[in-house]
Each structure stands twice: as structure tokens, then as C-alpha cells.
Design a protein around this ligand. Structure first.
Ligand SMILES: [Zn+2]
Length: 285
């Protein structure tokens, strides 16, 4: 993809400098580990649990120092550019419906990040927190996407970011609130089904963004869409579960299967409108 003419967003909070520095868990040292083992011995708790708890706590307790505006490094600038493009595209889509688009903030962090929605960690991947309306992103996820999931390419990264922006759009349109309310009176299986539909709609909204951005910028290149679809398939629940458990448990899906994610991203890409993304009325597979 070409992004040289994308407007770089200023809605980036860069805390990489103050949240980085060594992996969590390696900071305990020998003394800390012995202390943890002693504590678990005397308290009768599984030492792995104590060590896990201790390593999940970051060394630095104060709020990370943020740099606001547009990052200067190439990876940070790319993220700011894609974010800026989603702002322009969604502002226009909202304007056509007589609505105002308020862009989300994007927090770039490393390793560990306290958020209004609980702790972010690199292992959990990128996520959107509806409580503070911020997207949290650890760039090492993109490295993982390219190394482990064989989904390299900048458009695959743009798709991941556009999916999180899709969650912000759901929040602005009141869809996320409605789903949460419906989940309160639903069975576990139904509630999970609603989560899947919310996720698939975010995929579809990513496609809607790509379609509209392509119409105004002509930024897509050969192979871009395929690389994004590989990314969608790679982070589909069935693929992730197969990698981690070796078998598939459809009841516990929260993002949808690879095939479903593929289907809804393409639907957004071809339809280009919010209406193309009614995953809630679509029959459940
Ligand atoms: Zn999602």
C-alpha cells in the first residue's frame, strides 16, 4: 500500500519510551524469585501463580509519560497516517448521515499498559477500550503478525488498526451499548454469539474504510487485500485455538472463524456502507 499522501493524525499518545525497557517478569531478579517462592511456600499457593502475579506488576507504578502528536519514527508515522486516514474517511461517512465523527485517541505502548479497561499487554494484541475511547497498540504485535502468522505487509497492519477503529465507530453509533445491554439478559452462549457479531461487524467496518479510502486515495497495491485477509484468518478464533490448544471449540469463539472474518471484511470492502455490515440480522453459522 502507498501511504505517502495520508494525513498523519495528531491523536497519538506515544508512551513507548516510558513503558518499554525489558520484558515483564525478567525484572524480578533472583531475590524476588526466592521471595515469591518463600511466600508461596508459607501461604500454600502455587508458586507459578505467585510468580505470574508478581511478574504481571510493572516496576513503574506511576502513570507513563506520554508524548502527544505525531511520532517521528517510521513505524509510528505509519500508524499515525493510517489513523489520520480513518479519521478523514469516517468523518465523511458520518457527515453524509448528518452525524459528527469524534476520532479516538491511539496509545502506542510497549509491553504493559494500565488502561480504563484493565491492563493491556503485548500478548493480548491491540484493543479498543470503550470507557476511555482509546485504541491501545503494542507494535510488537505486527512483528508477531508477520513472523508467526505469516501475514506481513503494511495493509495487514492497517486492517488491524481499522478493525479497532471499527469498534470505536460501534461505540459512537450506540451499537456497542445495545449489545452489552442485550448480553445482560442472555445466556452465556447467546452473549458469546453477540460478541462474535460485534467483532465481525468491526471487520466489516474495516472493509468499509478500505473501500472509501481507496476511492479517494487509490492507495491499494497488488496483493494488499490478500495480505489483510491472511491477517484476518490468522487472528480468527479457530486458527488461534488450533495453534494454542490443538483443537477447535466453536462455543468459545469471540472473534468468529477465519471464514466468517474473511466474508465480512470483503462484504464491507464491496458494499462500502454501514448498512453492508448488519452482522446482527445475518443468520448465525
Ligand atoms: Zn475486535
Amino acid at each position: 500500500m502507498r501511504w505517502d499522501d495520508f494525513r498523519e493524525s495528531t491523536n497519538v499518545e506515544d508512551v513507548r519510551a516510558s513503558t518499554g525497557g525489558g520484558r515483564m517478569g525478567l525484572r524480578l531478579g533472583v531475590g524476588g524469585t526466592l521471595l515469591a517462592l518463600a511466600a508461596s511456600y508459607f501461604l500454600g499457593i502455587d508458586p507459578r501463580l505467585v510468580l505470574g502475579l508478581m511478574s504481571a506488576v510493572p516496576e513503574q507504578q506511576s502513570a507513563p509519560q506520554a508524548q502527544y502528536g505525531t511520532p517521528q519514527d517510521q513505524q509510528g508515522r505509519f500508524i499515525a497516517a493510517v489513523l489520520g486516514e480513518t479519521e478523514d474517511t469516517w468523518s465523511e461517512i458520518f457527515r453524509q448521515r448528518g452525524l459528527t465523527y469524534t476520532p479516538p485517541k491511539l496509545v502506542l505502548y510497549r509491553n504493559y499498559m494500565p488502561t480504563a479497561c484493565g491492563s493491556g499487554s503485548a500478548a493480548a494484541g491491540p484493543f479498543y477500550c470503550p470507557l476511555d475511547r482509546k485504541i491501545y497498540l503494542d507494535l510488537s504485535f505486527f512483528q508477531q503478525l508477520s513472523d508467526e502468522f505469516e501475514a506481513p505487509g503494511q495493509f495487514a497492519q492497517a486492517y488491524v488498526l481499522a478493525h479497532e477503529v471499527g469498534h470505536h465507530v460501534q461505540s459512537l453509533l450506540g451499537i456497542a451499548d445495545k449489545v452489552r445491554a442485550a448480553q445482560e439478559n442472555a445466556s452465556r452462549a447467546q452473549a458469546n454469539q453477540l460478541s462474535v457479531k460485534l467483532e465481525l461487524q468491526a471487520d466489516c467496518f474495516a472493509g468499509v474504510w478500505a473501500r472509501n479510502a481507496e476511492a479517494s486515495r487509490h492507495f491499494l497495491e497488488q496483493g494488499d487485500v490478500e495480505s489483510a485477509l491472511r491477517a484476518a484468518a490468522a487472528v480468527g478464533d479457530d486458527t488461534l485455538q488450533k495453534r494454542t490448544q490443538g483443537y477447535i471449540v466453536p462455543e468459545s469463539f469471540t472473534h468468529g472463524s477465519a471464514a466468517e472474518r474473511d466474508y465480512w471484511f470483503k462484504r464491507g470492502l464491496n458494499g462500502g456502507t454501514i448498512e453492508s455490515c448488519d452482522t446482527f440480522s445475518a443468520p448465525t453459522s
